[in-house]
Design a binder for this molecule. Structure first.
Ligand SMILES: C[S@@+](CC[C@H](N)C(=O)[O-])C[C@H]1O[C@@H](n2cnc3c(N)ncnc32)[C@H](O)[C@@H]1O
Length: 422
């Protein structure tokens, strides 16, 4: 991949300008994962076997769409018919000229730029792949984007209104997403689940079910990617995947969670930090322990996430050092870029094995909850749980954490054996 800027691994969102157009280097990891996910979707047959109509709906410089074409293997790229859409003509002319100057080396795939409002553009015809990457909240674009999806399709949705989604700005969260989120170590996990719930409800209005493929918190933004399947009855299924997350649940609440299949059987002597409850469970509006309504189903898909290996990311999304590099990158720049690409998929393959686990445990929170002298090593905790026959693995989450299907009494026992209270 060639960009007109040097890689800058320290930079964190939200915005920079490239010429007159918006280009955010902090989103580079999100674009890397998008290339890998598209390749997985093509290989797995999720997008059929014909032309793949894709829309980079809020494209700005078109860097995401150009990366799909430039970095996918030729046999995948040649199936793509991509539109980069944006309201801003200056951004699109930057996108066009970059594409002409740096076309895919294999010369495969179609790329066109269309100036206009995404909400009108998406209705032109069905798409197999739709990317929505707005400033702030994706909510204004969701309804029309979902209607434009082919019967079997994938939608990727970013949100940078993180303060709202993580519960720091309660008013906007309630207004835009109809939810509330407790601001704790799992706030970003809850935020991703609120975003999935919003996408699922929107999809259900148009007879579509969602299957989450990947849900990622990356510095200043959140992003969910889901497969959508058109079928009648999708609206009733969505309710089964919505519910509440309760911090510091009572024994009755944990029992209700176990009965709903949302929590592993456990003794109730040491109560867990959190549990999920179904949407039908009565919760009090002003109960500050409660987050939701949110998605209580899986946040990702094992196949999609296991395709995000460092080896694959490096092989698809980096180029070997070239002393005559057109963007003037030095050897160190190439090395730094390779590190950044590796980092963008760190732990995702490991997390794929445990993505269907009921517990997501932030180790800092665990040590406070169990009054331990310090947080246990997540690696050690996961390994010990695996030795006891449970699934456990590290996550790609911003706070050090693990996912596991071990019962809470086992988790607590293992953690306390690693770091007994003083
Ligand atoms: C965050 S930027 C997109 C960044 C880009 N996807 C990337 O990976 O670098 C959001 C873009 O949405 C465009 N935009 C905002 N409202 C729009 C609308 N209603 N229809 C089409 N484009 C819109 C803006 O001009 C801006 O270029």
């Amino acid at each position: 991949m060639r960009v007109a800027e040097k890689p800058d691994e320290e930079r964190r969102g939200p915005a920079t300008k490239s010429g007159g157009a918006f280009l955010n280097p902090a989103m580079a990891g999100s674009r890397t994962r998008s290339v890998l996910l598209l390749q997985h979707a093509i290989e797995s047959g999720m997008l059929g076997d014909g032309t793949i109509y894709a829309l980079d709906g809020l494209a700005s410089t078109g860097v995401r769409a150009r990366r799909w074409l430039n970095e996918l293997p030729p046999e995948s790229a040649e199936r793509l018919d991509v539109v980069m859409g944006d309201l801003d003509g200056e951004s699109l002319s930057w996108a066009r000229s970059n594409h002409l100057e740096f076309p895919p080396s294999h010369g495969k795939g179609e790329l066109n730029a269309v100036r206009g409002d995404l909400r009108a553009m998406v209705l032109n015809h069905g798409r197999h792949w739709v990317d929505i990457d707005p400033y702030g909240s994706p909510v204004p674009f969701l309804d029309t984007a979902v209607q434009s999806l082919a019967r079997g399709a994938v939608i990727e949705v970013s949100a940078t209104d993180t303060a709202a989604l993580t519960g720091s700005s309660k008013g906007p969260l309630l207004r835009r997403y109809g939810a509330r989120v407790r601001t704790d170590g799992l706030a970003h996990d809850s935020a991703l689940r609120v975003l999935l719930a919003t996408l699922a409800r929107t999809a259900a209005k148009h007879d579509r079910a969602i299957v989450p493929l990947m849900s990622i918190w990356d510095s200043h933004h959140l992003r969910v990617s889901a497969r959508t399947i058109k079928r009648k009855g999708a609206a009733s299924d969505v309710e089964d995947n919505l519910g509440w997350r309760v911090y510091s649940p009572s024994a009755d609440e944990v029992e209700a969670s176990i009965a709903a299949g949302l929590h592993p059987e456990t003794s109730l002597e040491i109560l867990p930090m959190n549990c999920m409850l179904p949407l039908s469970h009565p919760v009090t509006r002003d109960d500050s322990r409660v987050s939701g309504p949110l998605w209580v189903g899986n946040m990702g898909d094992e196949g999609a996430m296991s395709s995000m290996t460092e080896e694959r990311a490096l092989s698809l999304c980096t180029a070997p050092y070239d002393s005559e590099d057109v963007a003037g990158w030095s050897e160190k720049d190439f090395e730094r870029e390779a590190r950044r690409v590796s980092r963008s998929v760190r732990n995702l393959e490991e997390e794929s094995r445990v993505i269907d686990s009921p517990h997501h445990i932030v180790v800092d929170d665990l040590s406070s909850w169990l009054e331990m002298p310090g947080p246990p090593s997540p690696r050690l905790l996961a390994d010990c749980l695996e030795e006891r026959g449970f699934k456990a693995g590290l996550t790609h989450y911003g706070n050090p954490s693990i996912r596991t299907d071990a019962p809470w009494d086992v988790v607590a026992g293992v953690a306390l054996s690693l770091q007994p209270p003083m």
